[in-house]
Design a protein around this ligand. Structure first.
Ligand code: URA
Length: 245
């Protein structure tokens, strides 16, 4: 189109009182073919990212399995993760229990069932929109709390795990996961009331964190469930506001 014609179009629209035009096609895309190609490229990039994530997780698994954590010689199974790898929400617990050790998946016992029920209440379902793991990858004998050495060995792998998944929200369950990942000595009752961030200098990540009670604690102290519901409502509001699921 000639410049003269464009000008007369603009004058005509101005005369009609139209001052703004919103195009459905980005200015940088000149025609249908280019639009299709740019969408195709976007899909390819997403496919590649998903593939990369899968590969990185496989490499991470191998690295963890060859680490020096004493728990791996006592446990029946290595317990890595469950849920959707491309989720915006990543949940981290403490360590596998008896059922998890038997099956090789996190949060499949009584505490896991309670957690699933509570998270479903705010639309979180591990089959579709969240990813779940533990700070420690093997069951400590008798379900004891993992000791300092075990945590120190596993924590760098958990950090790498977070780096690979790249969640937009981290939900930490209980004292042990929260204190280790947030590098604090404060208890969960204090941490859960704060706006926390997981920051990692190496990967330059800064991820918002919601810390709450461990479901196993709630099974032992059911009167604390009210506080957990309060936390879930806050998590739900954050997820909705940021379109995370
Ligand atoms: N408790 C945890 O912290 N993780 C599990 O996988 C099960 C129970």
């Amino acid at each position: 189109m000639k410049v003269k014609n464009i000008k007369s179009f603009i004058d005509f629209y101005r005369y009609m009182g139209i001052s703004t035009c919103i195009s459905s096609i980005p200015r940088s895309v000149k025609n249908e073919k280019q639009l299709k190609n740019s969408k195709k490229k976007e899909l390819n990039i997403n496919e590649k990212l998903v593939k990369n994530k899968k590969n990185s997780l496989e490499v991470l698994k191998k690295e963890i399995k060859s680490c020096e954590c004493g728990l791996k010689d006592i446990a029946t199974n290595f317990v890595f993760s469950d849920g959707k790898q491309d989720s915006n929400v990543m949940v981290i617990g403490e360590a596998p229990g008896a059922e998890e050790d038997k099956i090789g998946k996190p949060f499949v016992g009584q505490a896991g069932k309670l957690l699933d029920k509570m998270l479903l209440f705010i639309g979180l379902d591990r089959k579709t929109n969240f990813y779940i793991t533990n700070l420690v990858f093997w069951r400590p004998p008798g379900n004891r709390t993992p000791n300092r050495q075990e945590i120190e060995i596993c924590l760098p792998f958990t950090k790498k795990h977070i780096e690979i998944i790249k969640p937009k929200l981290l939900i930490l369950l209980g004292n042990v996961a929260s204190q280790s990942i947030l590098k604090t000595k404060e208890g969960i009752n204090i941490i859960r009331d704060k706006d926390n961030f997981y920051e990692d200098e190496l990967s330059k990540m800064k991820i918002p964190v919601k810390a709450t009670f461990h479901p196993a604690y709630l099974l032992r102290n059911p009167y604390e469930k009210k506080k957990m519901w309060d936390d879930l409502l806050k998590i739900n509001a954050y997820i909705s506001k940021n379109n995370l699921i």
